[in-house]
Every structure is written in C-alpha cells, then in structure tokens.
Design a binder for this molecule. Structure first.
Ligand SMILES: [Zn+2]
Length: 463
C-alpha cells in the first residue's frame, strides 16, 4: 500500500513527537499522496486578516452596554441610551450589516426572535433574539450544506435575575461573540461553494434558550448543518496558570440524538468515540496542523466541563455535530460575578483580564475550520463496512459526494484518539484493505482537486 500515509494531527507533545518520527519515515508519500491535507493559500491569506485590535474593539463595545442579561431592557428608549441587551443586539446587527456593505451585500443579516417563559430563570414572557449572518454558498449543488460558528452575547452577574447591575461578560461570552463577528468580517471577503452562518445567540445564561430555538428551527427546516463551532469563554484570561497556547475542544461521545439501533451498534462495535461531533473535533485538530493559527486544540472527549453546559449541546440534542471551544484554564472569580473586591480578591468579568491576541488566535482556528469545510466536498454518504463473510481483510464502500474528485479511507487503532493512517482510494467508491476490521476503526472522507477534505464518516456494518 504505497499510497498510505500517516495523518498529521495536532495534539499533546509525546504524540507529536511520535508523529514527527513517523512522518520523517513516510514523508515522501505524505506530500505525493492524493488528498494529503493541503494548505489552501487563499484560506491562509484570509487568516492573516484576523485582527486582535478588531476583536478588542468588539469585546469592549459589548461590555459598554453595561449588562446584556437576557432579562434586561430592550425597549426603544433603552436601546437609544445604549444600555441593556436590546442595545447589544442592535449593535451586533449593525456590525454584520457593515461587513456586508464591505463585500457588496454578500451577507444576509437575519434575526430569529421568539418569546420564552415563564421558565426557571425567566420570570415573565421575554423576547429572545438570535442575530446571524449568512454567507451563501456559490455552488448551487453545495449551497445547502452549512457550517456554523456561534457565541452567546447575553451575560450575567452573581444574580441571574439582576436586570440593572453591571454584567460585563467580557470573557463569558463577549469573547465568543467577537470570534463569530471576526470570522464574518474576514470570511465575507471570500467565496465558498458551501454556506457559512455566523451566529450570536441570547438566553444562554437563562437555560440555552436562544440556541435551543435556533437548533430546533434548523432541524424542522431540514438544514444540512454539518458542523457547529460554539465558542464560549475563549478570552484566555491572563492568570499565571493559564496556557495561552491551548484551547480546549469539548465533544460528545455517544450522540444525544442516537436512536436504539445506533446505540446497539455503538455498544457492540466500540463506536463510543466515533460521533459526528468528535469528527468535527478531529477536523479542528487537523486544521491546526495545516494552517498556522498559533493555537493548539486540546481535544477533550466529553460533552462539557463538570457542572456546566453550553449552546453546542442544543445542537447535539437536535442531531447535529457540534463542539465547544473554551480557554485552557478558567478563573471562577471572574465568571458570573458582581464587580467587587472581597478579601483582596478582584471579582468581575472585565476586559482587562482578556488576552485579545489569544481570542484572535482562537478566531483564526475557527475561520480556518469554517473555510476548509465550506470549501470541501460533501462528506461521503451511505458509508458501509461489508461484513457478510468472516474474512480478515476489510471492504469499505460509499456513495459519491458532490464536489469530490477522490476519497480517502482513514483508520486508527481502537484505542487511538485520532486518525493515524490514510489510504488514497482514487475516484473509486469502494476499496478493500488488507487489515482486519476487528482491530481498527475505519472512516472515509472526500477530497477535491485542491486537497480540501470533507469531514470523516465512520462506516456502519452491512451484511
Ligand atoms: Zn458562557
């Protein structure tokens, strides 16, 4: 199998050293191989446009609205005074519209508005508004494929019901909102065959209400939403214990929306780490190895942190692949706190604790991932592992993808976190490898003539 190669990944140091060693052995085939992860110079150039100054301006502007609590003021008079969530919402909308003006109206700026409550953290019926911009795909056959980046623009302080007190939310989550805005600003200058949505949601702190509504709308309308990147607390606070070279990427294992048949397959065949969300996480890791973003994704194989939740889970609930990006080490004296000094400890989520260069690096990783996915062919469908006979080799087959010129079969040890090997299958839609399916996990991905890779799809058994 001369066209096999080792897959380059970006993970913890010992693994990188191992890979470096193996790449040194196989490197002639790495570059020559059809479908090797290639750097797209247009994407690389776009990443250069990501600006820490612009991110800083966005975060400071969001903080300037005093509070962005979902229950805070949104009447026209408050919007005019620039205080409350209504003013923040209008500013975000105007920002997307400004970017759109700069690209000849390339963005469709929209809102998804609904009334929620009464509920646990919503004492009376409250209007919640998600604001988003759509960069429509240019290929009629691929424009219905969507990748999405999101952050929540609402904030809170020590009291989830305090509609008046300051809740700056610089890190949680003006940082994630700034990432979504910055991706929109930079990527709207490019064209992609598939569609990108830049989303900012409200209601996160009251119970994931905004993302819940949006994800449900996406499912009900049958969106082909392939990947959701949720950025929440990506400010890289400047504590000495922080590692400002790393961003954590959380992904669910067993999909929240898996049906009985899928659960049976996962239990019997070791599919606990093969969810579509985890494939998005693995894709992020590969992108970080391909493009210079200045940030290393640390893949965390769990839905979220202990005692915490986030907007990605709203999308998981509706059956979509979604991951959460969060700084390496959080500072809990800053999140969800009234601004004060107690026993010499400074509380409050203020911009001075945010590292804007870090946020910009996270924005680069997001932008590179969105751009790579929106440029790529559709992931293969009907991906099957033939299991009708007891044989020691493995036959994998799939249906052709729109935009693909070739395919790769990847595999890893059942105990390995990331794809380890790739076999270039040319433009065929079936291949047999001299490897026992009992000993490895396979995946298939589509490649175009510029080397853009689709997400990987794990085959299901076919008898
Ligand atoms: Zn948050």
């Amino acid at each position: 199998m001369t066209c096999d190669r080792n897959v380059s990944t970006f993970s913890i140091t010992p693994r990188m050293l191992m890979l470096a060693a193996s790449l040194a052995i196989f490197s002639p085939h790495v570059l020559a191989s059809e479908g090797a992860p290639a750097t797209d110079p247009k994407i690389a150039a776009a990443l250069e446009q990501v600006s820490a100054d612009h991110v800083k301006a966005s975060v400071e502007k969001l903080v300037s609205f005093g509070t962005r609590l979902t229950l805070s003021a949104q009447d026209p008079a408050s919007i005019a005074t620039g205080r409350g969530i209504g003013a923040a919402r209008e500013w975000i909308r105007s920002e997307f519209e400004r970017y759109s003006k700069d690209c000849g109206g390339c963005l469709e700026v929209k809102t998804d508005s609904f009334t929620e409550g009464p509920a646990d953290r919503i004492p009376q019926p409250t209007q919640i508004t998600n604001v988003y911009a759509v960069l429509k795909g240019t290929d009629p056959e691929r424009a219905n494929r969507i990748v999405l980046v999101t952050g929540h623009y609402d904030s809170r302080n020590s009291d989830t019901f305090d509609t008046k007190g300051d809740a700056p939310g610089a890190n949680d989550d003006a940082s994630g909102t700034a990432v979504s805005l910055e991706c929109a600003r930079v990527l709207s200058k490019m064209k992609f065959p598939a569609t990108i949505i830049f989303l900012t949601v409200a209601g996160e702190e009251q119970g994931l209400n905004g993302s819940g509504h949006f994800a449900k709308m996406a499912r009900e309308q049958g969106w082909k939403l392939e990947a959701v990147l949720n950025n929440d607390i990506v400010g890289g606070n400047k504590d000495p214990d922080q590692d400002r070279t790393v961003v954590r990427v959380f992904s669910e294992g067993v999909p929240a929306a898996a049906d009985e048949k899928q659960l049976r397959w996962i239990r019997n065949l070791g599919g606990e780490s093969g969810s579509p969300s985890r494939e998005v996480a693995r894709y992020l890791a590969e992108v970080a190895g391909t493009y210079s973003t200045g940030i290393k994704p640390l893949l965390i194989f769990r839905l979220d942190r202990y005692l915490r939740g986030g907007d990605h889970s709203s999308f998981n609930q509706q059956g979509f692949a979604a991951v959460r990006l969060t700084e390496f080490r959080e500072n809990y004296t800053r999140q969800h706190q009234n601004i004060r000094i107690d026993n010499g400890i400074e509380y409050g989520d203020l911009p001075k604790h945010v590292d804007f260069d870090y946020v910009a690096r996270v924005a680069k990783l997001n932008a590179a991932t969105l751009a790579a996915l929106a440029s790529a062919p559709a992931p293969p469908t009907d991906v099957k592992l033939v299991t009708k006979d007891l044989v020691n080799d493995s036959t994998v087959k799939w249906s052709a993808s729109t935009g693909a010129t070739s395919y790769e079969v990847v595999w890893r040890a059942t105990s390995a976190p990331q794809w380890e090997h790739a076999h270039a299958a040319g433009n065929k839609t079936q291949t047999t490898l001299d490897l026992s399916k009992d000993n490895v996990i396979f995946g298939v991905r589509a490649v175009d003539n510029e080397g853009h890779l689709s997400l990987t799809v794990v085959p299901v058994p076919e008898r």
